[in-house]
Design a protein around this ligand. Structure first.
Ligand SMILES: NC(=O)c1ccc[n+]([C@@H]2O[C@H](COP(=O)([O-])OP(=O)(O)OC[C@H]3O[C@@H](n4cnc5c(N)ncnc54)[C@H](O)[C@@H]3O)[C@@H](O)[C@H]2O)c1
Length: 263
């Protein structure tokens, strides 16, 4: 015995290049920091970063914050090319940019613009980043691992009634399976995480508007009886990225405290 069980050993990502989108959000940020602590060069992309954000060392790695709108396919292609030139082939991608937006309407009142905005962010943006990352991964010939972020809404339905969000997040699961099939022979694995209700800062307003009765009803449907935290997502994401998941691809795992139990 060397004192470490396989279950607790921290995999190292030294010299590996990662891109995390939505990296100003709690889930993206915690993931970016964990990968950097494990030695990765992390390009943290978010529409909220200023163009002159300084890089910062974290643990054995480094985080380079970059401004990116994932719905702009030219900007995505250009950034992924620049990252590959600067740091070498990308071998890890986490698509965490996303969200349901603030519009909630009965389906007959949903405008084209409302629909397209949510689908564009959650599905088109994920596709653009996967496509750009795959080019870098194939050119490097070193394989890679992609983790997409869906939602319980993509496995069942949107509890807050956002039709485009449920549709786009279900699309992310389909895209994950399709790319896993296509990319397997190149050593690229593609998996997906479907969070339940995660208490991040961006949801504070929404959470505070939920009555305590409605919250109790929600929690009674969660086997573990609590809301999730961003930290709850990091382990499953890192698992999918790392070698312990080396024979796992095309899978979606719910990280929702046991609200959705499929299979
Ligand atoms: N928090 C939850 O309860 C929950 C539940 C299920 C799924 N998710 C998913 O998890 C992912 C992360 O969400 P979060 O909870 O950390 O939310 P968040 O709102 O804190 O983070 C999302 C980030 O995406 C960024 N972003 C928005 N539009 C962008 C664009 N066009 N280009 C680039 N970046 C953009 C935002 O600036 C923000 O920093 C999202 O895909 C979300 O749909 C979250």
């Amino acid at each position: 015995m060397n004192g470490h069980s396989a279950g607790v050993r921290a995999e190292h990502f030294t010299d590996r290049v990662a891109v995390i989108t939505g990296a100003l959000g709690e889930i993206g940020l915690e993931t970016a920091e964990e990968l950097a602590r494990r030695g990765a060069t992390v390009w943290a992309a978010d529409i909220g970063f200023s163009p002159s954000e300084p890089s910062r060392p974290v643990g054995a790695g480094i985080i380079h914050p970059v401004n990116l709108d994932v719905t702009d396919s030219h900007a995505v292609d250009s950034l992924f090319r620049s990252i590959t030139s600067a740091s070498g082939p990308i071998s890890m991608l986490v698509n965490a940019a996303g969200g349901p937006g603030t519009d909630r309407s009965p389906v007959e009142d949903v405008t084209d613009a409302q629909w397209k905005k949510v689908v564009s962010l959650n599905l088109d943006g994920t596709f653009y980043c996967c496509r750009a990352a795959v080019k870098s991964m194939k050119s490097g010939g070193i394989g890679g691992s992609i983790v997409n972020i869906s939602s319980g809404a993509g496995r069942t339905y949107s509890r807050t009634g956002v039709q485009a969000y449920a549709a786009a997040k279900a699309g992310v699961i389909g895209l994950t399976r399709q790319l896993a099939r296509e990319m397997g022979t190149y050593g690229v694995r593609v998996n997906c995480v479907a969070p339940g209700l995660i208490a991040v800062e961006g949801l504070a307003q929404e959470l505070s508007s939920i009555s305590s009765g409605a919250m109790q009803t929600h929690l009674s449907g969660v086997a573990l009886g609590r809301l999730g935290s961003a930290a709850d997502l990091v382990g499953p994401i890192v698992f999918f990225l790392g070698p312990q998941a080396g024979y796992v691809t095309g899978q979606t795992i719910s990280v929702d405290g046991g609200s959705t139990m499929l299979g």
